[in-house]
Design a protein around this ligand. Structure first.
Ligand code: NAD
Ligand code: IPM
Ligand code: MN
Length: 364
């Protein structure tokens, strides 16, 4: 069970270190037989190999059981011929990871961390199902001195397969899918809406509604509890998931799972970027990376360890110490150690404590 770790750039190495420490603990405790190997990726790989996704990194990722990623990018590579971000897009595409699951939740009793009024934030629990290998991110590009274009293209099968992921996820949650599009303007969105309605016919037990993306952006912060599963295309999902992450108090809290159709590896990464403004200071919040590690365990079939890790993250978040993004003074490494200790306590507990399932998991 090889787990490929791609720490990447900026705070990437800082937040992946405690996540890997938790995975090592899980492996030792449960005899899971996980073996970890680090590879160069992103800006770090540009510096060492001249490319953000070296062939060796891609080959190792393809044959891994799972890939854990920190973050890529930073100002020093913004003018690179091939940017670090292009390496991430290539990795997602090469591994066929069309389904990006980004769960966010306001924990009970933790409403004060939200910038929203507590009565609005309370109970928010949303899963963004973002299409990850199509749309404007991957359409044909053109650039000239005075003109540039990015083609947004979606096909029916691409929409169908991500819609199925969302409907299946809703079945295990509160049974509601909100499809977000811009069908009042865009042809791709009109197709998106038709296809989601067709797919919904196979899920009579799941309720489907539609919102335009501008209205969805508003509803997320005025009434986040109206959402259960948000199903949306690549770019809308990118933007809305950052907005959603803030509802819980910080973008540092969100993890994600990117899954494909076959039995290839999934990619697990926090939703945030390389945070160049705080990189190297050991003050980033590693919660999103640790949440991603819990999803990784779930995807590998280690549900009990996944649940215990997600619960330990919640234990440590409640008990403190807190990182700077949440108003505390704890270092990244300190909070990471607190989660690891809470995880150890959960694993050593004689009776498994009932805990929430880490969202995501399994193949898309
Ligand atoms: P960012 O997510 O890196 O940072 C946005 C803000 O959130 C910053 O103020 C940062 O300090 C803060 N933040 C982010 N993660 C945090 C954490 N774990 N704890 C505490 N605070 C945190 O977004 P950006 O500044 O727009 O992008 C920086 C670079 O990261 C760019 O090169 C961008 O392309 C890249 N990026 C990479 C990924 C990825 O690798 N998946 C995702 C998003 C952005
Ligand atoms: C994310 C990031 C990436 C995206 C960038 C870095 C390519 O913002 O994972 O959310 O837009 O998908
Ligand atoms: Mn993003």
């Amino acid at each position: 069970m090889r787990v490929v770790v791609l720490p990447g750039d900026g705070v990437g190495p800082e937040v992946t270190a405690p996540a890997v420490a938790c995975l090592r603990l899980a492996s030792a405790h449960g005899g899971l037989g996980l073996a970890f190997e680090e590879h160069d990726f992103g800006g770090a790989a540009i510096d060492r190999h001249g490319a953000p996704l070296p062939a060796e990194t891609l080959a190792a990722s393809r044959t891994a059981a799972a890939v854990l990623l920190g973050a890529v990018g930073g100002p020093c590579w913004d003018e690179a011929r091939v940017r670090p971000e292009a390496g991430l897009l290539a990795l997602r595409r090469e591994l066929g990871l069309f389904a990006n699951l980004r769960p966010a939740r306001v924990m009970e009793g933790m409403e004060a961390l939200s910038p929203l009024r507590a009565d609005i934030a309370a109970g928010a629990d949303v899963l963004v199902v973002r299409e990850l290998t199509g749309g404007i991110y991957f359409g044909e590009r053109m650039v000239g001195r005075e003109r540039a274009s990015d083609l947004c293209l979606y096909t029916r099968p691409e929409i169908e397969r991500i819609a199925h992921v969302a409907f299946r996820a809703a079945r295990g949650r509160r049974g509601r899918v909100t499809s977000v599009d811009k069908a009042n303007v865009l042809e791709t969105s009109k197709l998106w809406r038709r296809v989601t309605i067709d797919v919904a016919a196979e899920y009579p037990d799941v309720e489907l509604d539609h919102l335009y993306v501008d209205a969805a952006a508003m509803a997320l912060i005025t009434n986040p509890r109206r959402f259960d599963v948000i199903l949306t295309e690549n770019m809308f999902g990118d933007i809305l998931s950052d907005e959603l992450s803030a509802i819980g108090g910080s973008i540092g809290l969100l993890g994600s799972a990117s899954l494909g159709a076959g039995d290839g590896p999934g990619l697990f990464e926090p939703v945030h970027g390389s945070a160049p403004d705080i990189a190297g200071l050991d003050i980033a919040n590693p919660a999103g990376a640790i949440a991603s590690a819990a999803m990784l365990l779930d995807a590998l079939g280690h549900e009990a360890h996944a649940r215990a890790l997600a619960a330990a993250l919640e234990d440590a978040s409640r008990a403190g110490p807190r990182t700077a993004d949440l108003g505390g003074g704890a270092r990244c490494s300190e909070f990471g150690a607190a989660v690891r200790e809470a995880f150890r306590a959960r694993l050593d507990a004689p009776v498994p404590v009932k805990a929430r399932s880490a969202a995501g998991g399994g193949r898309a």
